[in-house]
Design a protein around this ligand. Structure first.
Ligand code: NAD
Length: 290
């Protein structure tokens, strides 16, 4: 059994849904958990200490160790306070699961800059800020595990979610670079793109999905990714309904010419669009252009 005894985990947005499920699972397996949640509505408005406190209480009642925190991941002060809560209660941070999220769906033409910025602030800035606040501690310890929460809507696009899909694909870049930079200090970062029945999706998914797409079926992957035995880093996985799959950013062989013109590109479009074999790193991509 993969356990987390003596490990300290921060789970953001853990007052509801997926984060709550991640927190309960890690705590059940021995982790000391900071249950962070701002406690607002789905669109990020409002705040309450209730949801984080409720989950932390439940963990404690079940015999685990947890503290509640209701700071905002999207501000530097909030992110530092979340990490400080872990240090004050448990002395360190081994694991950060960036899960907090909001929605402000609107079709592209109608989306306001406020709706765009608010979503990027929680998902992208929030994940960057909380991870960065924990980073010096992880570096000093030579150990860290980070999971960022992307989305199929970001990886593949989705109508009405220009802000959300931009944020969720942004997290892929953050994850890949943190995986590269963290390597020499034993810090591994991966991203998940989940599907689960939560308050975020209950109005969107068919009713029969509720029993199959449980948050617990996502938390199982999160727990594996943040375990010390997991070697993966910089990876992205879709997960939902009991299925886990690697998603990769890849480049095909392409087509090249010393006399590249718009017409030549049009004439060779088939070769440009060829999918195999794949290029998987920025260095491979550069080499293939030489
Ligand atoms: P949820 O609304 O139940 O949980 C999100 C939590 O984040 C809420 O409890 C909310 O209070 C908290 N939160 C929001 N803004 C915050 C902030 N600034 N600081 C701290 N906490 C904040 O929704 P969920 O479905 O459990 O979503 C969890 C994560 O999974 C999100 O990042 C979401 O985008 C992502 N996701 C979910 C699905 C799905 O199918 N449910 C699919 C793809 C991605």
């Amino acid at each position: 059994m993969l356990r987390f005894d003596d490990r300290v985990a921060i789970i953001t947005g853990a007052g509801h849904g997926l984060g709550r499920s991640h927190a309960l699972l890690l705590a059940e397996r021995g982790a000391k958990v900071v249950v962070n949640d701002l406690g607002g509505a789905l669109d990020g408005t409002g705040a309450s200490t209730g949801p984080a406190a409720e989950v932390a209480d439940l963990i404690t009642k079940n015999g685990g160790q947890a503290v509640a925190n209701a700071d905002d991941v999207a501000t530097p002060e909030g992110a530092h306070a979340i990490v400080q809560a872990a240090v004050d209660a448990f002395g360190k941070v081994d694991i950060v699961v960036n899960n907090a999220g909001i929605l402000r769906d609107k079709s592209f033409g109608k989306m306001t800059v406020e709706e765009f910025d608010a979503v990027l602030a929680v998902h992208v800035r929030g994940s960057y800020l909380v991870s960065q606040a924990a980073y010096p501690l992880m570096k000093a310890a030579g150990y860290g595990r980070v999971v960022n929460t992307s989305s199929p809507a970001g990886l593949f696009g989705n109508f009405g979610q220009a802000n959300y899909s931009t944020a969720k694909m942004g997290l892929v870049g953050l994850t890949k670079t943190l995986g590269i930079e963290g390597a020499r200090n034993g810090i591994k970062a991966n991203a998940i793109a989940p599907v689960a029945w939560t308050r975020m999706t209950e109005a969107l998914l068919p009713a029969e999905f509720e029993a199959k797409f449980t948050p617990e079926r996502v938390s199982a992957l999160v727990a594996y990714l943040v375990h010390e035995s997991c070697e993966a880093t910089g990876e992205v996985f879709t997960v939902g309904g009991g299925k886990v799959a690697r998603v990769f950013v890849a480049e095909g062989p392409g087509w090249k010419s010393d006399d590249l013109t718009p017409e030549a590109i049009a004439d060779n479009w088939g070769a440009v669009m060829t999918e195999q074999p794949y290029v998987l790193t920025a260095a491979d991509s550069m080499k293939s252009m030489l």
